[in-house]
Design a protein around this ligand. Sequence first.
Ligand SMILES: [Zn+2]
Length: 96
Amino acid sequence: MTDPLRREATEAGDHAVPPSCPACGISSKVVPIVYGYPSDAMFEAARRGEILCGGCVVDRNSPGWYCQGCRGEFRAQSADAGAAIGGSAFLRRRRV
Ligand SMILES: [Zn+2]
């Protein structure tokens, strides 16, 4: 039995390999979005740009990854995510 939420949480774990950004195709600028009350370590990691704090509220539509290159948030997808290049895979864009 596969639980998509559980699988996504695992993918966004500390040892997960970031997927390539669906828009710019670069994985080195992709960081996991970590949900929950941020710990000191999370604040430090966020300050270094290693993660993005997603806040305490998480639902099934919450994105798991954030691209620092184009400031897009997206969910980890299967290998055919490349077909979505162009930005349509983004759930939303973060304005900074
Ligand atoms: Zn990008």
